[in-house]
Design a binder for this molecule. Structure first.
Ligand SMILES: *Cc1c(COP(=O)(O)O)cnc(C)c1O
Length: 833
């Protein structure tokens, strides 16, 4: 390897660089190289090696092959001068990487064989890898699916984020309640990342802005930060399908400029000497565990600015290595803001262009807007980010000035050019004058971008009607829809190898390269032989999940029952509570009407609550209390079980999705922006019970109304009902099933150790049925009973399951990425893909 070629992304275009020897991928070569890694990189003799050593050695052998592809990709992109996409995201919920990499490189079978020669099982080794849990839920997982799809469709993509030392907390359940434990994915080192000490930038905070007047020039503003920390890059290769393209995920780690204050140390203050470094490193120490809720603390704003500034400085440096100036930045780079977490980038790029690179304000604004685009992920008011002006000003004084100047331009345009009235201008303003003056990050991201997108068709329309109503009036062409997707490599091929094999056997391997071809199995829904094999795969996947439940929770579940599954973050709007109430009502009916033909069900829950979200934690507690009671009651006769599996994460999702018969997507309509769990389930052949919310609406269109179970109020009806009443009382009083279930919860039937535990949870419903749990209960109950009846007609159920898998190809993140590339980024994908 040429000495000049230090990093993949900075690689020269191949001239003079030695090509690596092609690596052979037969089991013999792989076995030899894995043992070589074991010996010389880990220092273990194969006989003394433990499982963990085999994981590391295998990873290193695979990594060598990835690096070859990584350099090739970088060379090719550099040579073509193609536009690059920079995906800025506070979160990347990647999960494990080894299986993904091996599978995309087509090495699964030879590596399995290579390891088997030493009596080592690949599957076992893969399970030892910790999840990279650098995200909370759907938003972070979307970023991970998008990174994989950019590489797989040939979009030159660069992910930028934060290298948290502690990712999303580990959840345990103790006496029914959630307990949060620190997550420590880096303790054994991380063989996937490369630290780039040579790629680091200074990030400032605080201080003041000085105006410099040089003769014959207009005054120039210069920020003099009071504090500086260093952002150091850690690069991880992101391998696309068939290894044809490998992109880079660059995560920033914070370090002190002076690791130790020598003056303090020498004067004997050994602790004080480390204060700076502790303070700096705190920035990237831990992921905030709140999903769909703004964190609000100063450290969070520091994190946001830290990774935004580092990423932009890096984008600029890389651009100037190949271009004379930044004036063509938007032709060469598209920057996607994943939610408002990186929205301060708009002000920061303006600062870099105007203050550092000497651009005129209006030219800088044109470049900025042409470069950025922004994805909105939620309409929940409590999730919209806004920062107190005084905090923003103290931490980022120059960026605050810039935001005021942008705001003045926007308001001038709105009032003078478009004649908007004061009320509308107040709604548009980047500064909320209402509650204590705050900077609105959504508005900043919107005005600083040339395209703003929602993540499902419904959510996009609601954006135009709600949060961005007046900005949409001002800029009517800016909002567009890009419905989310999931990568079929991880969520079908790797998570469900048996189904993948069955489909390959039935229609050939074409769907592996073009997932829309999976539609060819649609006609096989009428083929009883195929249906039986499809059902047999589902059965094996249910047995696999039953084993996991047995191992982790010492509970047995029967794989011949309906596996009815709701796994996702615990949030009131997602309505796990509605599902639990239905379980209680069902429990009651099974006992009072034993003569009826109840379909056996296992209700499975998993998900984490934000540590500070009391209601969500109560719902977890209730699910566990209800599970304990129902599961130990012999009068249920095995017809109902309730299970809460602790510590939901990507790896657990990979086991759960293929094992579901029924997928619960029951959010209050209008509140789930898209959902992606819904897509993973349906792709794996689960039927959906769901509301007309988020991407469920489009799933209905694709799978057809006979193959999905929709119930409940529409978004419009929810809004209307909220205008009319908040009380749930009259509904509860009119529905004995619901009333009795709520009475049981409220009176402590499920919490005999603390009878009042759920009193307020229930009394809230009487006073304020904000999430429409009472309003939707009957429709939900009735729909569940239709599903019971369908379970008695297994051929019909299985045919619908086949239709779901066949018709979900459109929900691939490859399709999402192609749409972003075509409509927003004007970049890639590579010809012919
Ligand atoms: C897909 C996924 C999510 C998102 O699930 P939703 O049902 O869309 O909220 C959250 N967490 C993990 C681990 C996932 O894999």
């Amino acid at each position: 390897m040429s000495a000049t070629r230090k990093t993949a992304e900075a690689a020269p275009n191949g001239n003079g660089a030695a090509k690596p020897d092609p690596r052979l991928n037969d089991p013999d070569t792989l076995a030899r190289q894995i043992v070589e890694k074991l010996t010389y990189s880990i220092g273990k003799h194969p006989e003394a090696a433990r499982k963990y050593d085999w994981l590391r050695a295998t990873t290193l052998a695979v990594r060598d092959r990835i690096i070859d592809h990584w350099f090739e990709s970088a060379d090719r992109i550099a040579a073509s001068g193609e536009k690059q996409v920079c995906y800025l995201s506070m979160e990347f919920l990647i999960g494990r990487m080894l299986r993904d990499a091996i599978s995309n490189l087509g090495l699964t079978e030879p590596i399995r064989e290579a390891l088997a020669r030493y009596g080592v099982e690949l599957d076992m080794v893969e399970l030892l890898e910790p999840d990279a849990a650098l995200g909370n839920g759907g938003l972070g997982r979307l970023a991970a699916c998008f990174m994989e799809s950019m590489a797989s469709t040939g979009v030159p993509g660069f992910g930028y984020g934060i290298r948290y030392v502690h990712g999303f907390f580990r959840q345990e359940i103790a006496d029914g309640a959630q307990v949060e434990l620190p997550e420590t994915w880096l303790v054994h080192g991380n063989p996937w990342e490369f630290e780039r000490r040579d790629c680091s930038y200074e990030i400032g905070f605080g201080g003041k802005v000085v105006s410099l007047q040089e003769q014959g020039h207009p005054a120039r503003q210069v920020w003099r930060p009071a504090e500086r920390v260093l952002a150091v890059a850690f690069d991880t290769p992101m391998v696309g399908w068939r290894g044809e393209q490998v992109n880079t995920l660059r995560l920033w780690s914070a370090q002190a400029l002076d690791p130790i204050l020598l003056d303090a140390f020498n004067s004997g203050d050994h602790i004080g000497a480390l204060v700076e470094s502790n303070k700096a490193e705190a920035i990237t120490r831990v992921l905030y565990p709140a999903d769909s809720h703004q964190a609000g603390q100063e450290l969070r704003l520091r994190q946001e600015y830290f990774f935004s500034s580092a990423s932009l400085q890096d984008v600029i440096k890389r651009h100037l290595e190949k271009n004379e100036s930044l004036s063509n930045l938007a032709d060469k780079v598209a920057i996607q803001l994943n939610d408002t977490h990186p929205a301060v980038s708009v002000a920061e790029l303006m600062r870099l262009l105007v203050d550092v690179h000497g651009f005129e304000w209006s030219a800088a604004w044109e470049i900025t807007r042409a470069t950025f685009s922004y994805t909105n992920h939620t309409l929940l008011p409590e999730a919209l980010e806004h920062w107190p002006i005084h905090l923003f000003e103290r931490l980022l004084p120059r960026q605050m000035q810039i935001i005021y100047a942008i705001n003045a331009d926007v308001i001038r345009e709105a009032s003078q050019d478009k004649g908007l009235d004061d009320a509308k201008i107040a709604a548009i303003s980047l500064v909320d004058e209402g509650n204590g003056r705050r900077v609105r990050m959504g508005q900043l991201a919107f005005v600083g971008s040339h395209a703003v997108n929602g993540v499902s068709a419904l959510h996009t329309e609601l954006m135009k009607e709600t949060v961005f109503h007046h900005l949409h009036e001002l800029y009517p062409d800016r909002i567009e829809n890009k419905t989310n997707g999931v990568t079929p490599r991880r969520w079908l091929m790797q998570a469900n190898p048996d189904l993948t094999a069955l489909i390959t056997d039935a229609i050939g391997p074409g769907f592996l390269d073009n997932i829309e071809k999976i539609r060819d199995i649609d006609a096989l829904a009428d083929d009883s032989g195929f249906r039986e094999r499809f059902a047999a795969v589902k059965r094996r996947n249910k047995e696999r999940l039953a084993d996991v439940v047995g191992e982790r929770m010492a509970t047995s579940v029967d794989p011949s029952a309906i596996f009815d599954i709701q796994v996702k973050r615990i949030h009131e709007y997602k309505r796990q509570f509605l599902n639990i109430i239905e379980a209680i009502a069902l429990y009651d009916q099974i006992r009072t009407h034993p003569e009826q033909n109840w379909a056996p069900r296992v209700k499975i829950f998993a998900g984490k609550a934000a540590p500070s979200y009391a209601q969500a934690k109560q719902i977890i507690h209730l699910a566990n209390d209800v599970a304990r009671m129902i599961n130990s009651d012999p009068s249920v006769r095995g017809l109902l079980k309730v299970v809460f599996i602790p510590n939901y994460n990507v790896s657990l999702a990979e086991i759960i999705m293929p094992a579901a018969d029924l997928s619960e997507q029951i959010s209050t309509a209008g509140l789930e922006a898209s959902g992606t769990g819904n897509m993973k389930f349906a792709l794996n052949g689960a039927l959906t019970i769901g509301t007309l919310d988020g991407a469920n609406v489009e799933m209905l269109e694709h799978v057809g109304e006979d193959n999905i179970f929709i119930f409940g109020l529409t978004a419009e009806q929810v809004a209307e009902r909220r205008r009319e009443t908040h009380s749930g009382r009259s509904i509860i009083e009119g529905q004995p099933l619901l009333r009795e279930a709520l009475d049981a919860i409220s009176s402590g039937v499920f919490s005999p150790d603390e009878p009042s535990r759920y009193h307020s949870l229930v009394s809230n419903l009487y006073n304020n049925d904000w999430w429409m749990i009472c309003a939707d209960f009957k429709a939900y109950w009735d729909t569940q009973r239709r599903l019971d009846a369908l379970w008695d007609r297994p051929d019909e159920w299985q045919a619908k399951a086949v239709h779901n898998t066949a018709r979900m190809g459109w929900f691939s993140s490859d399709r999402s990425i192609r749409e972003y590339a075509r409509d927003i980024w004007k970049a890639g994908p590579r010809n012919g893909r």
